[in-house]
Design a protein around this ligand. Sequence first.
Ligand SMILES: *[C@@H]1O[C@H](CO)[C@@H](O)[C@H](O)[C@H]1NC(C)=O
Ligand SMILES: *[C@@H]1O[C@H](CO)[C@@H](O)[C@H](O)[C@H]1NC(C)=O
Ligand SMILES: *[C@@H]1O[C@H](CO)[C@@H](O)[C@H](O)[C@H]1NC(C)=O
Ligand SMILES: *[C@@H]1O[C@H](CO)[C@@H](O)[C@H](O)[C@H]1NC(C)=O
Ligand SMILES: *[C@@H]1O[C@H](CO)[C@@H](O)[C@H](O)[C@H]1NC(C)=O
Ligand SMILES: *[C@@H]1O[C@H](CO)[C@@H](O)[C@H](O)[C@H]1NC(C)=O
Length: 349
Amino acid sequence: MDMFGMRTTKGFSVMMGFVALASVTLLGVYVWFICLKQMAAYNPIVYSKPIRGMNLGVEECLTSGARPGNRSHYPRPTSYSRAECACNPVHFFAILSMQRSGSGWFETLLNSHLNVSSNGEIFSVKQRRSNVSSILSTLDKVYNLDWFSSASKNECSAAVGFKWMFNQGVLRYHEDVVDYFKRRGVSGVFLLRRNLLDRMISIIANTYDQSVKPLNGTHKSHVHSKEEAEVLASYKPTINVSSLIPDLRRAEEMAAEAVEYFKSTRHMILYYEDIVNNHSKLMDVLDFLEIPRRDLISRQVKIHTKPLSEQIENWEEVRDALKGTKYEGFLAPRGNPSQPPRRSRRHVM
Ligand SMILES: *[C@@H]1O[C@H](CO)[C@@H](O)[C@H](O)[C@H]1NC(C)=O
Ligand SMILES: *[C@@H]1O[C@H](CO)[C@@H](O)[C@H](O)[C@H]1NC(C)=O
Ligand SMILES: *[C@@H]1O[C@H](CO)[C@@H](O)[C@H](O)[C@H]1NC(C)=O
Ligand SMILES: *[C@@H]1O[C@H](CO)[C@@H](O)[C@H](O)[C@H]1NC(C)=O
Ligand SMILES: *[C@@H]1O[C@H](CO)[C@@H](O)[C@H](O)[C@H]1NC(C)=O
Ligand SMILES: *[C@@H]1O[C@H](CO)[C@@H](O)[C@H](O)[C@H]1NC(C)=O
């Protein structure tokens, strides 16, 4: 009985030893796995061994014949397999813009391409931009193709990005963001508006719509029919002329500041008016993103199409306030000699 008791104790301590050893080993493997995952998240090129065996790394892709462009990445999402598109290079981008500059419309056009996933205004959610680490981990998730939205094409995305408004942390944390863009090879696509007075009308009208909701009690920032556009455009904003010039200057300075911050990153600058007037500008974007050219379409309909003089309640006052200032050009009728007239009111390209 004594022997049996002793053997049990001995067996027990041997077993305890084994459990301890196993735990330490498991912990080690876990830590190693986490480290590997994080390093892979930051540098997809160097740490290229497949983590779970389901997504290929860059080395496997290169030996299988894929050819990377200058900005190509081979993300390995943690939540699914890229399947037959595992060796398709992916371009990382961010649309950098301001409210009411046509970026919603621009994004729907891009997302009509079967290889583009532009995931919307993800930083409109405050917690995601409350500090640098939350911004960077959100970016990691997007560029690792682990972000899901109605626009995600997931496995066959060849360009992945989102829409980032200047007032959503991108300017505030510009140093870290520029550093991230360079480190991970993210291209900036600036979408700006040439006519900031037009933009101001759109802002005031959108704010009005938010409170009055003339479309059957729902607020719509974008519309899909001419009838809806006409309802929204029938509201004529009154512009506060005493704050007009400072407001225009502030918008202009914000755009200039943003371009200045990102000038050392790979980027392109697009103007809303130019895209409206020239369909080919969109092909420049596809070339810039190194993805195949395709026709791009959007169901969105432009809201404000009438001349400014018919769109602004206190037009004469506004005109007088801008005459002789550097913003006088904003008063010129649309479709002026330097720009061809709009071909159609529908944005189908
Ligand atoms: C990479 O960049 C070089 C120099 O900027 C350019 O000549 C080349 O065409 C680019 N390659 C691709 C695939 O875009
Ligand atoms: C950053 O913000 C997130 C989300 O708001 C929060 O959970 C986290 O604790 C913050 N981190 C730091 C370092 O402040
Ligand atoms: C685009 O997507 C299609 C199907 O989803 C896929 O077959 C094709 O390889 C993708 N193209 C690129 C350039 O990734
Ligand atoms: C309002 O709702 C009615 C009935 O659902 C619809 O026929 C009409 O087109 C809507 N009007 C607008 C401006 O959306
Ligand atoms: C117009 O702008 C001025 C200067 O910013 C401001 O003091 C005033 O309250 C504004 N008026 C209206 C009606 O909003
Ligand atoms: C339209 O855009 C394309 C591409 O940027 C450009 O080559 C062309 O000159 C533009 N056409 C006009 C009429 O501005």
